[in-house]
Design a protein around this ligand. Structure first.
Ligand code: NAD
Ligand code: DAU
Length: 366
């Protein structure tokens, strides 16, 4: 498997204060992490390793692709030889690992892809870091980005804390849970300097429109049905992606080794309320009559094994590292709607081709 890089020598002609490997940097959250690091830390060389699956899109990074401290490598985290070459070439002192298959519905139809990337790929990356660092762990850090879904499903009350036992219920969350266990095993067994975080549902610009919020905005725009699973009563704890990035920065730099930090937005909403909020905002923005979009809401067959409720207790992160979400839910949603409506070309480009087939398969027969 090869690499495609902007000149092979890119990033190697000077000394850097730090050399950071970010995996999955062409995806939704990864692209925000890459942009943040490239701009905020000009003395850090950022190498983005991404396989460019359907979810990875270099359009997400056009504004930073020519920065001198940024290098893109197309490749798979499961490719041991490629990982060894990259660690040798760039001598990374940090890894932020976001690459994953991330969509629950896809994990229900194709669980093996999730096991390959989320479990095997993460293990391969851990192994590569261990081999390359070879016990010289001072100043090194391997940061694994995970999800609140590993904790399973809450009832009407309560919160996930870092002590909540793992109880994953979808192939996606089971694969992420497994990867978390491998990360901790490498810490306890080999002393690999790891840190982990488990975050709630993110939203914001550049999210692939298979996920609820961009899918609904896209469908309202095209006056297509808005598929709400079951009765729309499932609850998610929404966090603006920029607040996740701020937490990642704080944890990467100041989190305790071997520790896990929960990240959440204190913004629990039922799906039906999210969809209605989007209907109101998009109608207003497009100058359509109030209530028009709500007429598109269509209740469809529920997701298999659909977790009822997620809610995060982020007090460890707040108390230890002083993090708090900066964006209110209302401001974040308005900004997000504006971004998707102003970036119709991005939305159209990612929803052409293979997206149509996915959509037909997922929603066509419901
Ligand atoms: P995404 O699906 O938008 O992006 C994933 C990226 O990983 C894509 O660019 C894809 O090309 C890349 N990738 C997939 N398989 C790969 C492989 N084998 N090798 C290299 N690259 C590969 O995902 P996202 O929503 O940005 O999520 C990023 C991470 O954050 C994931 O680990 C996810 O579990 C976690 N997370 C996401 C959320 C959320 O709400 N989106 C919340 C908590 C945690
Ligand atoms: O909690 C963190 C997780 O959030 C991340 O780990 C995942 O990577 C991310 O995809 C997200 O998972 P969800 O399954 O919660 O997100 P999704 O946007 O797919 O769905 C949000 C809720 O909306 C969920 O209850 C299912 C429902 N839904 C989703 C879609 C796509 C619908 O009702 N209709 C839809 O068409």
């Amino acid at each position: 498997m090869g690499m495609t890089e902007k000149p092979a020598s890119a990033g190697l002609s000077r000394e850097w204060a730090h050399r950071l490997l970010i995996t999955g940097g062409a995806g939704f959250i990864g692209s925000h992490v890459v942009r943040h690091w490239v701009r905020r830390y000009p003395e850090t060389l950022v190498v983005n390793l991404d396989a460019l699956t359907y979810a990875g899109n270099l359009e997400n990074l056009r504004d930073v692709e020519n920065e001198p401290n940024y290098v893109f490598v197309k490749g798979d985290i499961g490719d041991a030889a490629l990982l060894a070459r990259l660690f040798e070439r760039y001598a990374f002192d940090g890894v932020i690992h976001l690459a994953a298959e991330s969509h629950v519905d896809r994990s229900i139809t194709d669980p093996m892809a999730f096991i390959r990337t989320n479990v095997m790929g993460t293990a391969q990356l851990l192994h590569a870091a261990k081999q390359a660092w070879n016990g010289a762990y001072a100043g090194k850090r391997f940061y694994h980005i995970s999800t609140d879904e590993v904790y399973g499903s809450l009832g009407e009350t309560g919160y996930f804390t870092e002590q909540t036992p793992y109880s994953p219920r979808s192939p996606y969350s089971a694969a992420k849970a497994s990867s978390d266990h491998f990360v901790r095993a490498f810490f306890h067994t080999y002393g690999l300097p790891v840190v982990l975080s488990n975050c709630s549902n993110n939203y914001g610009p550049y999210q692939f429109p298979e996920k609820l919020i961009p899918l609904v905005i896209h469908n309202i725009r095209h006056r297509k049905p808005l598929p709400v699973y079951g009765k729309g009563l499932n609850v998610r704890d929404w966090l603006f992606v920029g607040d996740h990035v701020a937490a990642i920065d704080a944890i990467f730099h100041h989190g305790r080794l071997g520790e896990t930090y929960n990240i959440g937005g204190h913004s629990e909403r039922r799906n039906i309320d999210i969809v209605k909020t989007l209907c109101r905002l998009v109608d207003e923005r497009l100058g359509r009559p109030a209530g028009e979009a709500e007429g598109l809401i269509t209740f469809v067959q529920d997701r298999a094994g659909h977790d009822l409720r997620y809610a995060i207790d982020a007090s460890r992160l707040e108390n230890e590292l002083g993090w708090k979400p900066a964006m209110t839910f209302e401001a974040g949603m308005a900004l997000t709607v504006d971004w998707y409506l102003d970036n119709g070309a991005w939305l159209e480009s990612v929803t052409s081709g293979a997206y149509q087939q996915y959509y037909e398969k997922q929603y066509g027969n419901r």
